[in-house]
Design a binder for this molecule. Structure first.
Ligand code: ADP
Length: 454
């Protein structure tokens, strides 16, 4: 059971009045929790079966605007309802909120009760099912990097997002002294998440002032995505409750290192790691080589799912630990893909392309689709790249703008075949809209550069 409370446990806590509120949530295109706060008695008596929401929830942007151009929903079709079907295996307490539990929902068609194909949870479940068809399960871990700031979002907003003050005064990578000063936020974060059934491994300072990393123990792909989503939400709520702001924006300042979300991946069969071959010099099985070859070959096509906004692409810069090339390397942080745990049972591949703004369901689904294709087609893995990959002129580039990644996504026969045209068209439209909105903006940079001199 991925949650920590059975439905009967929840009922008994409601009867004992230790829980009075149930958050009933879906995950939207941006990876946010959206939904309703139920009185717990209503939830255990009726709403546990299903509730509903406006179907624009899987077709808005971050501002909740209603872009045109989606086949799934529109003003023309009247923005009807979706069914939110609570997945009762995901019930867990929300220990940082008083008397509160949470359940995650699958999103179903209002009339047919079929899964909505472009719902992030449904997209990931489809790839997990394909993998299970081949006899494997995917174990995944997504690292969460973010920045903490002095002052609440309200204050920062009123200040026009200027004069942002990171919570620390210096690069705090692995820094115990500086991170002690942040324990007012980070200790409750670790402990509350753990009590919510999310297997936190550790937090650490990251390589910039005010930058944090949260590591969660690897889990089956769907659980991993659920953990990531709830943890990201918790970071923001717990920082807010302490009068601070958190951001998962990949690049909040041109002069600072960006935030990523590296994804560790291994396949297992019958509860045993299937990426291991002790007679290989690096300990890699043929399965792992085929999977990684698929990951690398199709990386430009699925980059959008790892970097969904204009800002995401500002992170990809030489000499910042964020990759620019889709090659692999052994324990080398300049490559898009890093082999970790070579010659151990924990052997795995880490994709380093994703930004802290990725939606973990979409990112994992896209990478599984690519890896499965590599397995099915027995793609051969090129030799590992050595040294500073930023300088490897022959290596395949990651698309460097949202515009470029939108075109590689649009043209991906592999993703269209494995995820479905309607899913790809839906996310291509989301990407186009993001670019259209950006293209309308007049930035500080343009004004400062051209005001007098243009
Ligand atoms: P890093 O040096 O990149 O921070 P860590 O050793 O901290 O690497 O591990 C990063 C993540 O990899 C952790 O969340 C861990 O649970 C996960 N991990 C460990 N073994 C596996 C595995 N076999 N498959 C997938 N993820 C794994």
């Amino acid at each position: 059971m991925p949650g920590t409370l059975s439905f009967d446990d929840l009922k008994s806590r409601v009867q004992k009045r230790t829980i009075d509120t149930v958050l009933v949530c879906l995950v939207d295109m941006q990876g946010r929790l959206m939904g309703k706060r139920f009185h717990a008695v209503n939830f255990i008596e009726t709403s546990y079966k299903e509730t509903h929401c406006c179907n624009y929830l899987l077709a808005t942007d971050l501002e909740m605007a209603t872009p045109d151009g989606y086949a799934a929903t529109s003003w023309q079709t009247g923005y009807g309802d979706y069914v939110m079907k609570p997945d009762l295996t995901t019930i867990r307490p929300v220990p940082w909120l008083e008397g509160t539990a949470m359940v995650l929902c699958d999103v179903l068609d209002h009339h047919t009760h079929d899964p909505i194909p472009h719902s992030p949870r449904a997209i990931l479940k489809k790839q997990i099912a394909r993998l299970e068809g081949l006899g494997f399960t995917a174990m995944m871990a997504t690292e969460l990097e973010f920045f903490l700031f002095e002052g609440s979002l309200d204050t920062i907003c009123k200040d026009g997002f200027r004069n942002l003050q990171p919570i620390s005064g210096y690069n705090e990578d692995y820094h115990i002294l500086q991170t002690t000063k942040e324990e007012g936020i980070m200790r409750p974060l670790r402990n509350h998440l753990y009590a919510a059934g999310i297997p936190v491994e550790n937090t650490k300072g990251e390589a910039e002032a005010g930058q944090e990393e949260l590591n969660i123990r690897y889990a089956a792909a769907l659980d991993c995505a659920d953990h990531h989503t709830i943890a990201k939400h918790a970071v923001k709520e717990i920082a807010w409750s302490q009068g601070h702001a958190a951001t998962f924006l990949p690049k909040w300042s041109a002069d600072r290192v960006g935030s990523s979300s590296h994804v560790h991946q291994s396949l297992w069969q019958d509860d045993m790691p299937a990426f291991v071959n002790t007679s290989d010099p690096l300990g890699m099985s043929d399965l792992m080589r085929n999977y990684m070859a698929g990951l690398i070959a199709y990386a430009p096509e699925y980059t959008y799912f790892l970097a969904p906004y204009v800002n995401s692409y500002k992170r990809f810069a030489k000499g910042t630990f964020a990759p620019t090339k889709t090659v692999w390397s052994v324990d080398n942080r300049t490559a898009g893909f890093r082999l970790c745990g070579d010659n151990t049972n924990g052997i795995r591949v880490e994709c380093r392309i994703g930004g802290s703004d990725l939606n973990p369901y979409l990112a994992q689904a896209a990478m599984l689709a690519a890896g499965i294709k590599g397995i099915e087609d027995k793609l051969e893995l090129a030799p590992a790249t050595k040294g500073d990959v930023y300088e490897d002129a022959g290596a395949q580039e990651i698309p460097r703008t949202l515009r470029a990644a939108t075109e590689t996504l649009r043209g991906s026969d592999m993703l269209r075949t494995e995820m479905g045209d309607e899913v790809i068209d839906h996310y291509v439209r989301a990407a186009e809209w993001e670019q259209e909105e950006f293209d309308k903006a007049v930035t500080d940079w343009e004004i400062a550069r051209g005001f007098e001199r243009a």
